[in-house]
Design a protein. Sequence first.
Length: 548
Amino acid sequence: MAQYDLGAIAFPTLDETVVIAALGGRASASLKRYLDGQTLFQAGDRDFKFFVVKSGHVEIVDPSGETPRIIAVHQPGEFTGDVAHLTGSPALVSAIARGDCQVYEIESEGLRQLLDRSPSVGDVILQAFIARRQLLRESGNFTGVRIIGSRYSRDTFRIREFLAKNRVPFTWLDLEGDSQVRSLLDRFAVSESETPVVAWRDWLLRNPSTRQLSDVLGLRRSPDQTVYDLIVVGAGPAGLAAAVYGASEGLRTLVLERLAPGGQVSGSMRVENYLGFPTGLSGSDLADRAVIQAHKFGARLSVSTSATSLAFDNAYALMQLDSGESAVGKCVLIATGADYRRLSAEGCERFEGCGVYYAATWNEAELCRGMDVVVVGGGNSAGQAAVFLAGQARKVYLVIRGDDLSKGMSSYLARRIEQTDNIEVLLRTTVARMSGDSHLTEVELVNEATGERRRIETAALFSFIGAVPRTDWLPKDIETDDRGFVVTGSGLTPSATGAKRDAYLLETSRPGVFAAGDVRAGSVKRVAAAVGEGAMAVQFAHEYLRKK
């Protein structure tokens, strides 16, 4: 999409009479007057109001850089806000009245009602919200959250990865390569040994945990003191699909996610075989849109929130969380997915986050632009990573244990790899050793057929091998197979369930507890399949609740 088209979508004009009618009358929108220079809301505010300009102008200001910068001016008929209205996260910008300004002021709940009641107006607002956040991320001028840290620090990478996966706009200042670093460290009274540091507005965090970042940025939300109809554990494609369908169909839905929405697909820069997107889309874009949908329908999503145990009290599921909190639900969907297995090569664990990566996005590519990189794996994820990195790196070595590139990879992707000049495929090859000082500098490969050893100088290895399900938190009465994947439906052993009926297709050995996506034994490891299973699980939850 061209930049001017995106700008037109981001800043449309609304007819105020249509907005008032959609809200159900003027009582839902207060007409307020602001004098020149008065603030409507500030960056960092939570639950800030939605404004439609009637007269005058409203400046949208980015206060996160060295000096405040005007990034937009809303004219009469235009409106403030972005996706933060739906997600509950803090405002990233400030809004200031210019001239004698009159605006319609609408509470958060009123905005949700507007989106629900009037699809025509709601679609314009929602598309504008998405486009505005995209413009902020892609402008190159928006500072946002600032990270100061070394490219060789695994904590710096951890923070960058967390913000990138949660789609929080940020600016990274590299200790080794950015001229602004010294002056900023002096101003913040921080030494190099205290980095990485994260700064935004009036707060500064020294090497914060992801939990701290989640709390400050409003990504973590405590469960309500209620009984949820559906608790979804994991916000990958299956979990997000369940959140959208569950919440849109009236189920009180809670979604718990340990790191960031998207699961493994968020690590892919290009998904080309997802139905309806012939030119492909990135995994993070897919997850971002699904999160907005889930919030739009009222699902409650909490990031940096892991389930530590699951127990049952009569008909209710009792979920204990790593925060010490608990959640109660009538139905549970296990959608925790799977992690890529760690390479058994010497040195692998030592260089995770400072040379060894399990995703290939712009966040990782920035660290190895113009260098040689190694990608390990023979599936679609590895193939997509190799193709993406070939556009950033000098050369990509694709390391495959098998003897045929097409055996575990879609044919279109295998052909593209074979036609890419700077990708070299190394068949029947494994990684023997990784070495370096503070970061990875060399990888030693072994050809299993000939025994030949080869050393490659590289600062980055990307691993996409196998899968380990995230099921260690489940109770023993949830049946799993010998690899730890959750067994469902007809695959259950007769003694595993005491139900008086046959289990539903996606139901586990515990009635009312379902599993979907990569965590489920026998699942098809494709994004579309996971989305389908998430939607199906909601239908089975309805059936379970109806027959209880």
